[in-house]
Design a binder for this molecule. Structure first.
Ligand SMILES: *[C@@H]1O[C@H](CO)[C@@H](O)[C@H](O)[C@H]1NC(C)=O
Length: 259
C-alpha cells in the first residue's frame, strides 16, 4: 500500500509536470513580503500572460508583519503594495495608491499607477537566467528592497537614499484627502509625451535620454529603473529559491518623513 501510494504520487507528479511545463522540472520558489512601513499595506501581485496569480493577487499586511507565499520557479509578473485602503466603504478606488478596481484580492487586475513595481522574470538554470528589477517607469509610492535567502550582494536591490515623496515636484504629486503626498507620478504617466515615455521617434535607448524628472528619481532611488530605456538597466540577474521583498526598509518609508 505504501509503495503503491508512492507510485501513484510519482505518476501524478509526472502528469502534473508534463502538463505544466513540457518536459523540464519547474522548481518551486518562495516570495517573502515584509512590511516595515509605519502603517498597514496591501501587497498585490499580477502575473504576466500564461503565469498563475499568486496569493490571490493581494492581501493585507499589518505593520511589522511578513507573509510568505510560493511561486513556480519560472514565474514572471510584478508585485507592488497598495496604501491607504478601506475595503469596507465599497468605494472605488478603495486605496489611495496602487488600487485594483476596489478589490482586496486583485486576482489578475493591474493596479492604478503610480506605484513602485517589483518585476520578476524567473528562469532556473536556463538562458536567459532569472532577473528582476524595481521600476519607477509608472511612478513611485513606497521604497522597497529585494534580497534573497541566503542574502548575496549581487542579488540585492537597494532602497532609496532620499525621500522621493517629499522631493516630488508639485506637478507630479498625488495627494490624499488629508493633503499628504502619497505617491509621485513619473513624467511619462503625468505628461504622456513620447520623449518621456520612450515612444515613436524616442523609441530606442539612443533616442530616449534621461530628463529632469527621471534624474530626480535616479538621484533618490539609484537602484531602480527611472525611465523606460534607462541604460544600462539596473536589472539583477540572480537565481534563488527565496526572494525577500521589504517595503519601507528604512526611514524613507515613513509617509510623514519630512526630508
Ligand atoms: C472605511 O469606510 C467606512 C465607510 O465609509 C467608514 O465607516 C470607516 O470609518 C472607514 N475606515 C477607516 C479606517 O477609515
Amino acid at each position: 500500500m505504501h509503495l503503491l501510494g508512492k507510485f501513484v504520487a510519482f505518476f501524478l507528479f509526472l502528469i502534473w509536470n508534463l502538463g505544466s511545463s513540457g518536459n523540464s522540472v519547474v522548481q518551486a520558489c518562495t516570495f517573502s513580503v515584509s512590511n516595515k512601513c509605519p502603517f498597514p499595506i496591501w501587497p498585490a501581485t499580477v502575473a504576466n500572460h500564461g503565469h498563475p496569480v499568486l496569493a490571490k493577487g493581494g492581501f493585507y499586511l499589518a505593520q511589522g508583519k511578513t507573509q510568505k507565499f510560493s511561486c513556480p520557479g519560472d514565474w514572471s509578473g510584478r508585485i507592488w503594495a497598495r496604501t491607504g485602503c478601506n475595503f469596507s466603504s465599497g468605494l472605488k478606488p478603495a486605496c489611495e495608491t496602487g488600487d485594483c478596481n476596489g478589490l482586496l484580492e486583485c486576482n489578475g487586475i493591474v493596479g492604478i499607477p503610480p506605484a513602485t513595481l517589483v518585476e520578476f522574470a524567473l528562469q532556473f538554470n536556463k538562458s536567459p537566467p532569472s532577473f528582476y528589477d524595481v521600476s519607477l517607469v509608472d511612478g513611485y509610492n513606497l521604497p522597497v528592497t529585494v534580497t534573497t535567502t541566503p542574502a548575496m550582494t549581487k542579488c540585492r536591490i537597494g532602497g532609496c537614499l532620499k525621500n522621493l515623496k517629499s522631493r516630488c515636484p508639485v506637478e507630479l504629486q498625488v495627494v490624499n484627502k488629508k493633503g499628504e503626498v502619497v505617491a509621485c507620478k513619473s513624467a511619462c504617466l503625468r505628461f504622456n509625451r513620447d520623449a518621456y515615455c520612450c515612444r515613436n521617434e524616442y523609441g530606442s535607448p539612443e533616442k530616449c535620454k534621461p530628463n529632469m524628472y527621471s534624474k530626480l528619481f535616479k538621484d533618490s532611488c539609484p537602484s531602480y529603473i527611472s525611465y523606460a530605456f534607462e541604460t544600462p538597466s539596473p536589472l539583477v540577474v540572480c537565481n534563488s529559491d527565496e526572494f525577500v521583498i521589504t517595503f519601507c526598509p528604512d526611514k524613507w518609508g515613513s509617509q510623514h518623513a519630512s526630508t
